[in-house]
Design a protein around this ligand. Structure first.
Ligand code: SAM
Length: 312
């Protein structure tokens, strides 16, 4: 067996199952290897990618209102923290925090971002947690009983189908001593704005999408030819979501280790969903997972929202 296969048995198991399905798909969490995490950062700086700059604007403008929800000595726990760039807006204002716990699946990138943060905020305890937020995880021992504020920016909640989104929100509701939850939500808007945010002119989102094939070549002994797939962003009106696909340009057979995966010309691998919410549709999943919405703050164009949730 190829040594690289042993290095990522989880990716191998997950990819073989989802690529053997009738409609091929991949779990979007596999986007985030070191190269994918850097590409995502590049996406956040694109002119077409409105979510990051809009969320930053909302957080910056409303930071005093948010401060009211932060108990003295609390730990700020961020899910899918990536570069922790937006977190700095919170940390610059919430001087009463005791600790910051960034949690991410992308280990190398998480540790580098946490080190930079610890250097810039020497009075704050920074304890990174490498974990998949969809799987039960343990808080570091010294934070189990701290009061906690959850932070989930980036509209990452939109990557989950509603049953999984409810499962994740409900699991955060069960954390010991969680008093508030600050979450970023991308809102329904015109299709052209949505599509171009996921299919930019410079091709950065395409590179991010294709990197998942490259990752499988590197880590699980696959032999995808990246030239034979193209990135596509589609709006699924029934599901209110942008879908990212990798479309096979030709009929082809790909090997993953000893397994052969057949593609017809035009067949796609569905690689990511980004669900878009209205205030009502988000309120529904929040209520189903045990949360009240205490604040729902939008920008002037109603492109994006930052909500503060509190346990019912
Ligand atoms: C859309 S990016 C958002 C990054 C950052 N929070 C922001 O607002 O720009 C999603 C982040 O969640 C992480 N992530 C994705 N799936 C995850 C999972 N199942 N468990 C933990 N982290 C995950 C990725 O590594 C990435 O850093």
């Amino acid at each position: 067996m190829d040594k690289r296969i042993i290095n990522n048995i989880d990716l191998l198991t997950s990819a073989l199952a989802s690529l053997s399905a009738e409609n091929k798909w991949l779990d979007s969490k596999w986007f985030y290897d070191p190269a994918g995490s850097v590409l995502f950062e590049d996406i956040t700086k694109l002119p077409e990618y409105y979510p990051t700059r809009t969320e930053v604007k909302i957080l910056t403008k409303n930071i005093d209102q948010l401060q009211a929800y932060i108990p003295d000595g609390a730990a700020l726990v961020e899910l899918g923290s990536g570069s922790s760039t937006k977190t700095r807006i919170l940390l610059d204002r919430f001087h009463n925090l005791n600790a910051y716990l960034p949690l991410d699946i992308s280990e190398e990138f998480l540790k580098q971002s946490a080190n930079e943060l610890a250097f810039d905020y020497p009075d704050l305890i920074v304890d990174p947690v490498v974990a998949d937020f969809m799987v039960p995880f343990k808080f570091p021992e010294n934070h189990v009983n701290s009061s906690k504020i959850a932070f989930f920016p980036g509209s990452t909640i939109g990557n989950l189908e509603s049953d999984k989104a409810i499962q994740l929100l409900a699991s955060i509701h069960e954390w010991n001593q969680v008093s508030a939850f600050i979450i970023g939500i991308d809102l329904i808007k015109d299709i052209d704005t949505l599509i171009s945010a996921y299919d930019d002119a410079a091709g950065v989102t395409a590179a991010f999408n294709l990197n998942i094939l490259h990752r499988m070549n590197r880590e699980i002994g696959a032999n995808f030819d990246l030239e034979k797939y193209k990135h596509e962003a589609r709006w699924n009106v029934e599901q209110s979501r942008i879908e990212m696909h990798l479309v096979s340009l030709v009929a082809q057979i790909v090997n993953i280790g000893a397994t052969k995966i057949c593609f017809e010309a035009g067949e796609s691998i569905h690689t990511e969903n980004s669900h878009k919410y209205s205030q009502q549709s988000f309120a529904k999943i929040a209520a189903q997972s045990g949360w009240n919405i205490s604040k729902f703050i939008t920008d002037e164009d109603d492109f994006f929202a930052v909500a503060v949730l509190q346990p019912k």
